[in-house]
Write a protein that binds this ligand. Structure first.
Ligand code: F6R
Length: 252
């Protein structure tokens, strides 16, 4: 596990974007795993600048990590909408090559299996971009999610629902409570993982993920078992890491 600390969220995003861009330079038909949420936004913005400067991602494929259950894809806060807005358009990806789990499917189990099959058919994910929840979740794998879990429907914890409520400010509209998410095992099958975390509110989850025991209580701690993970952090998200962890590769 590598830890790269930058002064602020914009620099963190730029640093992570260069890692993604260099992977795409080596492999134009890169299969990317993409997270939604606030953390990867500066990464996507930096990557979009590189795309405008000539980086070609038109042959890449992308798989979103998750989607709210029961939210229409056209809803502005559905991850279908967020990915189209923040990833597909600015990165000039081919919309036919961008996949998001079908959270509105009547048969969620069938939709989950179809998503796993689509990832396998694409040859697996080359580079997975992740955020981390304040409770240590990755994707929507909440505490208690096993290391070998695959794409499935899950209940969100009260803490995640509260964290996500900022995206649903209209009190008449309930915050989604369930999601279709790639499993921890699905995420760990990616060949390379780039996690972005910024802000003091992520410091505890980051410290537990990087240096705590590997446990389902902190699903991000399973990343310690992956051979190629880089945490891109800003100073505040890194503030609870010991200096030794910050300057030396962990488990390298
Ligand atoms: C998003 C996702 C989540 C977020 C996490 C952090 O697709 O799977 O795991 O990465 O909830 O969200 P932010 O970045 O908004 O703090």
């Amino acid at each position: 596990m590598r830890i790269i600390v930058s002064p602020d969220p914009v620099a963190t995003g730029a640093s992570a974007a260069h890692a993604v861009a260099s992977a795409a330079d080596h492999r134009p038909d890169l299969v990317l795993g993409v997270a939604t949420g606030s953390s990867p936004q500066p990464l996507y913005r930096s990557l979009a600048i590189l795309v405008r400067a000539g980086l070609d991602l038109s042959s890449a494929t992308a798989f979103a990590l998750d989607e709210y259950a029961g939210l229409a894809p056209e809803h502005p806060q559905s991850y279908h909408s967020v990915i189209a807005r923040d990833v597909t358009a600015p990165l000039r990806l081919d919309p036919d090559s961008v996949h998001v789990p079908d959270g509105a499917a009547a048969d969620a189990d069938a939709a989950a299996e179809a998503y796993e099959r689509a990832i396998t058919r694409a040859g697996g994910v080359d580079l997975q971009i992740l955020g981390i929840g304040t409770n240590g979740h990755i994707g929507f794998n909440e505490p208690g999610s096993p290391a070998d879990s695959r794409t499935r429907i899950v209940d969100l914890t009260a803490r995640t629902i509260a964290d996500n409520s900022r995206f649903f400010p209209d009190p008449a509209e309930p915050v989604p409570t369930r999601a279709l998410t790639q499993g921890v095992g699905t995420i760990l099958a990616a060949r390379r993982i780039v996690l972005v975390a910024t802000g003091e509110h992520k410091a505890e989850a980051v410290a537990r993920a990087v240096a705590g025991p590997v446990t389902a209580a902190v699903p991000a701690s399973f990343l310690q078992r992956h051979p190629d993970v880089t945490f891109f952090l800003d100073e505040t998200a890194a503030s609870r890491l010991s200096p030794t962890v910050r300057v030396q590769p962990v488990n390298a």
